[in-house]
Design a protein around this ligand. Structure first.
Ligand SMILES: [Zn+2]
Length: 611
């Protein structure tokens, strides 16, 4: 090897490692010992955190989230809720009225890095730590912290005494290191919603009054000393006297949540080839029947998702009554438990599906809520549709989207979750626009490519933080079609799709259909022609940006591929080599998978045309 080729070789090697470096991710290893005082609703904690800096950067500061600090009068969450035009009713002005013994807080008592004192300051819900020594690239450091916290009255997600009487919903409850990635620090103030976590392992000991049952993330390590329904059936439980120390381990997760209540019923169910499911709820006339039926549905939801969207990666999962609606955490969810059967099934299915879209494919939900809530909404609906033999339409998501467009409140779905002007615009963008993004993708690349791509996306990006580009690239490689234009128009703007059949011109023995693009969002067009003899023919009009044609969707209908409709042209003329008398109906997108904001001008009944 001469010097030039050596140089080129080294250059090549550095390019390769640069390519891998782009997707480095940090890692954490938490060990915590928690003493829970159920008289004062306060806890004391020791936290040892080994932090692996896999980035190419030298870090001189780190940031932690102190979420409980949001539940204090005057916090950003409080001020935001009292100023947003459509506040979440669960928050409203409730934080501003909390008494000192009802607020939440996390106080840092000491924080050392590799045995040396750090300096730190607290700003709202963010702890900023100036390090004792810089963390060099590809090295690790160990933080040792002691802290105390007060569990707030349940306002939002976390807290004590929720509206259904669950004692403790312990979510966003410990000082949690913020994520640092190729975009820098994600140390957002806790204003309203959505979280981003560092991948890692948790080893947590919780000491509490023995009458409480604990449910949560991870796998209990000492079931034979704890009991509470965790023990192997038939074994004798040897509880020690006094408080019990529950030992949980969770590996490859982005967070750790738990609940505690003295009145939980604990049911267990096995998913064939899947996790063991645990259910925790207060049994009463509102829950006794609905939970039993929901447990059956939960098994089927796991089976459906395992098959269609990728294999659930952990061996346990818990559905827990707690919280204030439904909220997802690794290996568990907290849901309200006293609603209707359909409501309970729906919220369970939604939160379970987050184990795919957030707890395994951990996109930054603050920045890309549509990849989290939207994909979850989509897949959970398909699971329930399948279980209850209903057609898959995602009609509710389309309706919500159309209504938001009419309201004039729409903002780009790419907005940071906390910064939307209204909760409505956020909700519709995250859940409905995100869900329609996928259903409409079927329209663009075909159903078969779509589901292949969803599985490939899962298997390629599990246990990582996929970005929009990562999802798009998988879908592009699977379909052979280019999709970035679609992402940009649908997610990053508020442009709308609106196509119309403008006119029909009779020319000798052929029929000219003049189509018009009224909206400022170009799409390929499926134009379905129904003939008088009952036959159908699909004219597929491709659009340049896709760089190709989607595969034939329905082999029972003849498809003719027309010339490309260049996206710069507002009009297009399609020539159908049939006499107009042979045609009864012309329709743009009979599937209604394309989110055309005005569908009235999409159909033409040709028999009504006067010659
Ligand atoms: Zn959700």
């Amino acid at each position: 090897m001469n010097r030039l080729s050596l140089f080129l070789f080294l250059f090549f090697i550095s390019m390769v490692s640069f390519g891998q470096d782009y997707r480095w991710q940090q890692r954490v290893k938490y060990s915590m010992n928690i003493q829970m005082n159920t008289e004062t609703h306060q806890l004391k904690g020791d936290q040892k955190l080994v932090y692996y800096n896999n980035s190419p950067d030298t870090l001189t500061k780190v940031y932690y989230h102190l979420f409980f600090n949001a539940f204090q009068p005057g916090s950003m969450m409080d001020v935001r809720s009292r100023n947003v035009p459509d506040p979440d009713k669960r928050i409203a002005d409730r934080i501003s009225k909390l008494n000192p013994d009802e607020i939440g807080y996390q106080h840092i008592l000491s924080l050392k890095q590799d045995g040396k004192a750090t300096t730190y300051k607290v700003e709202g819900t963010v702890l900023e730590v100036t390090l004792a020594k810089a963390i060099l690239p590809k090295t690790k450091t160990t933080f040792e912290m002691s802290f105390e916290a007060q569990v707030p009255i349940q306002i939002r997600r976390s807290g004590r005494d929720n509206s259904e009487g669950i004692a403790y919903s312990m979510t966003q409850w410990y000082p949690k290191l913020a994520e640092y990635d190729f975009q820098g620090w994600h140390a957002y103030q806790y204003v309203a919603r959505e979280f981003q976590g560092v991948w890692g392992d948790f080893d947590v000991n919780i000491t509490i009054d023995p009458k409480f049952t604990i449910a949560g993330t991870g796998k209990l390590q000492n079931p034979e000393m704890i009991g509470h329904g965790y023990e192997k059936p038939g074994t004798t439980v040897k509880q020690s006297k006094g408080n019990l120390t529950w030992h949980f381990i969770a590996k490859d997760v982005i967070d750790f949540a738990w609940t505690a209540d003295p009145d939980y019923t604990h049911d267990r169910k096995q998913v064939p080839n899947g996790p063991e499911l645990h259910f925790f709820y207060q049994k009463n006339e509102k829950t006794a029947q609905t939970w039993k039926q929901m447990e059956e549905v939960a098994v089927k939801v796991f089976e459906y998702l395992n098959k269609n969207f990728g294999k659930y990666p952990f061996d346990t999962y818990s559905v827990i009554q707690g919280g204030d609606g439904g909220m997802e955490y690794p290996m568990c969810t907290l849901i309200m438990g006293e609603g209707s059967q359909a409501g309970l099934n729906g919220v369970m299915a939604h939160e379970v599906t987050h184990s795919w879209y957030q707890m395994t494919l951990a996109s930054n939900e603050a920045l890309y809520a549509w990849m989290d809530e939207g994909f979850t909404e989509f897949a959970s609906e398909e699971a329930l549709n399948s279980i209850f033999n209903e057609p898959v339409t995602h009609a509710g998501s389309y309706t919500n989207y159309f209504r938001l467009v009419k309201s004039g409140l729409q903002e780009p779905a790419s907005m940071h979750s906390d910064h939307f002007n209204t909760n409505r615009a956020y909700n519709t963008a995250a859940y409905s626009i995100g869900s329609v993004f996928l259903q409409q993708l079927k329209y663009l690349i075909g159903t078969e490519n779509f589901y292949k791509g969803m599985l490939r996306y899962y298997n390629t990006w599990k246990m990582k933080h996929p970005e929009p580009n990562d999802f798009l690239r998988v879908m592009e490689k699977t379909s052979g079609l280019q999709l970035h234009w679609y992402y940009q128009y649908w997610i990053q703007t508020t442009r709308h799709i609106d196509y119309a059949i403008d006119s029909v011109i009779i020319k000798d023995n052929s029929t000219l259909v003049e189509l018009k693009r009224i909206g400022d969002f170009p799409m390929p067009i499926d134009l379905m022609i129904t003939y008088k003899d009952g036959g159908k023919e699909l004219f597929y009009i491709p659009m340049n940006e896709l760089l190709g044609n989607k595969p034939i969707e329905d082999k029972s209908v003849r498809r003719t591929d027309a010339e490309v409709w260049p996206w710069v042209s507002p009009t297009y003329t399609l020539s159908i080599p049939r006499n107009v008398n042979a045609i009864t109906k012309i329709e743009i997108d009979a599937s209604q998978w394309m989110a055309d904001v005005d569908r009235k001008n999409n159909v033409l009944d040709v028999t009504e045309l006067k010659p």
